[in-house]
Design a protein around this ligand. Sequence first.
Ligand code: COA
Length: 205
Amino acid sequence: MPIIFQHQINESAKLVIWHISEPESFFTKAIAIKSVITNETKRLQHLAGRFLLQILEPDFPVSAIQQSTFQKPYLPNNEFQFSISHCGDFAAAIVSKNQKVGIDIELTTDRVLKVADKFLSENEKKIFSNSLHPFDSSLKTLLWSAKEAVFKWYGEGGVNFKEQIQLQQLNENENTMECFFSKTNQQLIIHYRQFENLWLTWVRA
Ligand SMILES: CC(C)(COP(=O)(O)OP(=O)(O)OC[C@H]1O[C@@H](n2cnc3c(N)ncnc32)[C@H](O)[C@@H]1OP(=O)(O)O)[C@@H](O)C(=O)NCCC(=O)NCCS
């Protein structure tokens, strides 16, 4: 079974991560949508993400998905709130019947070390270099993923990651991170999990 993680968050929200090992035809048969994406890998990831919406909610009307001016996918009747992510051979999706959601998956790579100064504030660097974990590519990938999940949850673009998404602390016992999002003046809880070198983060509020 290519599902590597499935989680019923509550009565109205659930998420799944899938390891993509099938050919494109597997997904197109299951969801009957066409993609105009020319890059084969990106097209496969895109189709796998939409396929997961139906794994989570068999009645999910995948063909009704529209894209906002900020590239956020949505359903015009708002029957479901949802978010999609893909990275390498993995795809993930979250669906909620009543709350806005954002999901992200990221594979740890050293590339994050080069851009960490662009998305982490001085205060965040201080907080996380004093945590129990080494402030290395793995932790920085988690922090990047957390900000991407918030960005997708917000969905309206124009977010300054360094200034407007302030990660505050890890609660390791609960696998959560506290966050203040100044754009909407909201305190958010980001949930996270690690599967070897793959990080999963999600937000709902
Ligand atoms: C759009 C973005 C979030 C995608 O993230 P990514 O890690 O490259 O790719 P992922 O696979 O995780 O996510 C892609 C999915 O996000 C969703 N998505 C795209 N734009 C979105 C938006 N504005 N809001 C919510 N979801 C969005 C789509 O479902 C997309 O998949 P699909 O095209 O197959 O439907 C990212 O490219 C981006 O723009 N981030 C913001 C960068 C930024 O502003 N940085 C400034 C500080 S350094």
